[in-house]
Design a protein around this ligand. Structure first.
Ligand code: ZN
Length: 473
């Protein structure tokens, strides 16, 4: 595997699949809340971050479409015109029966300082076809990188061969100086989490650097594993929140008792990477040696211990105006022989400069098994945080904003954004540099419909609408 070589392998198919101009005869009654019905399986998720970027008056979004391939669309806020969606690449996943609905490789977006659009997608651990994974194990797929042929042009992409094929759960971050960091898990469950750095607008990347260590456990019959979420912090910092997965061996008692592998995950951790010094530290500023081990994480990076009976699904992290981190984690009781444990609540923790506070539940009704409805949150104009969360109320599946009230130390609902019946939501993280009218993507998963999803671009005033004939093409 050569990481520093730029190889435009082939230029992907040109042309809109179902573009077309807004028709003069269309009237407002022909507008719908979704911009396409071509989302596939689980088209977006928090851990594939971000799924959109706002720049120069345009919101660019990406999601998983047919055969799990990455698609891209854009919305011009002033003219209210949509472009796309266009197919932007071809994943190795989704092409055979075994991986037909493997949504792990859904796309991540980055726009570099030369104004080219990059998508990272298609990985679920890679395979032996790419040689030995020296930083973990393999499963399937191939982590890929495509870039737009022209600046800010979503109609044509080419492949670059410059990231590890073993990656999955990409999180792409551009620093103020233009340096680009791609964070991901370097393989299947039993793999280190790493980053690759680029100083030339993602045309070449450094070799992967491990920051979380996935090694065999010596105390029990299991393997260390992690789920991390990275985003830009203050100045030169990248901030990372994560939870821990105990990956039991097939010879272990829990594996035998449950009759298989379970998504047993616990605890919440936080740490900071200074990209200029290369030094990692905990929330108190104490240096951490990387890759961070399970023991070191528990000793120095713990936000909260959930206990072995409470299983987790990691959320996201953002800084407030004092540069203190605020973190979410989804937790619920292990219910025995259920892969995900029990239903999970989104809980909120915050650092006050001295200690972690919180554990507050964002909304008690958002307590179902569908983990994709756990949204992201953002720093609002009042200096507080606004959380977007999907939940059920009667027959409605709603996405609403919730805000935390410091004085009363509880959450209250601010507004409903979108509401559907007989469906679930899958939600993206917040769009990078988001316009208030277009902060995140939501996929409507109609109960009983196994493949196709309507995709919504949602902001402070609800969904950004589109002419129905375009959205349904
Ligand atoms: Zn595992």
């Amino acid at each position: 595997m050569t990481l520093n070589r730029v190889t435009p392998v082939f230029v992907l198919l040109l042309g809109s699949l179902w573009g077309g101009d807004i028709q003069a005869e269309d009237t407002p009654k022909d507008m719908v809340e979704y911009f396409t019905s071509s989302g596939f399986s689980t088209p977006v998720a928090i851990v594939n971050s971000p799924a959109g970027v706002y720049v120069n008056g345009v919101t660019y979004v990406t999601y998983q479409g047919a055969k799990t391939d990455p698609y891209i669309a854009s919305y011009h806020h002033e003219t209210q015109e949509w472009q796309g969606p266009y197919k932007a690449g071809t994943s190795l996943l989704g092409k055979d029966e075994a991986s037909a609905k493997d949504s792990h490789g859904k796309p991540t977006m980055l726009i570099d300082n030369d104004e080219y659009i990059h998508l990272f997608f298609g990985g679920h651990g890679g395979s032996d076809a790419f040689g030995e994974n020296e930083l973990g194990n393999v499963f399937r797929g191939m982590n890929k990188h495509v870039v737009s042929v022209k600046p800010y042009d979503i109609s044509e992409f080419e492949e670059l061969d410059n990231i590890s094929p073993f990656g999955n759960y990409n999180q792409a971050i551009k620093m103020d100086n233009g340096d680009i960091y791609l964070f991901y898990r370097h393989g299947a469950h039993r793999s280190n989490w790493v980053y690759q750095k680029s100083t030339d607008n993602a045309r070449t990347f450094s070799e992967p650097v491990s920051f979380l260590e996935a090694t065999p456990r010596t105390d029990i019959d299991a393997h260390h594993s992690w789920y991390a979420w990275a985003t830009k912090g203050s100045g030169d910092d990248i901030i990372v929140s994560y939870d821990y997965h105990v990956c039991w061996n097939i010879t272990s008692a829990p594996f035998k008792a449950r009759g298989g592998h379970f998504a047993e995950r616990n605890n919440l951790y936080y740490m900071v990477f200074n990209t200029q010094t290369g030094i990692w530290r905990n929330v108190s500023g104490e240096e951490l040696k990387v890759p961070v081990t399970y023991e070191a994480a528990n000793a120095k990076a713990l936000v909260t211990e959930t206990g072995l009976d409470n299983w987790t699904f990691n959320g996201s992290v953002h800084l407030d105006e004092n540069n203190y981190p605020h973190v979410t984690i989804n937790t619920g009781r292990d219910l025995g022989k259920i892969n995900w444990g029990g239903p999970k609540q989104t809980e909120y923790y915050r650092w006050n400069g001295q200690k972690w506070l919180g554990g507050n539940t964002v909304h008690p009704n958002a307590n179902n098994k569908n983990l994709d409805t756990r949204g992201d949150f953002f720093l609002n104009d009042e200096g507080g945080f606004t959380f977007a969360l999907g939940y059920k109320e009667g027959e409605d599946e709603i996405i609403s904003y919730f805000e935390y009230d410091q004085k009363n130390q509880c959450f209250s609902k601010v507004s409903d954004l979108v509401k559907v019946k007989n469906a679930n939501w899958a939600m993206s993280p917040m769009i990078e540099n988001a316009h208030p009218d277009a902060r995140f993507l939501a996929a409507e998963k109609v109960v009983g419909e196994k493949e196709w999803r309507r995709m919504y671009l949602v902001g402070d005033h609800g969904a950004v609408k589109r002419v129905e004939s375009e959205a349904n093409q």
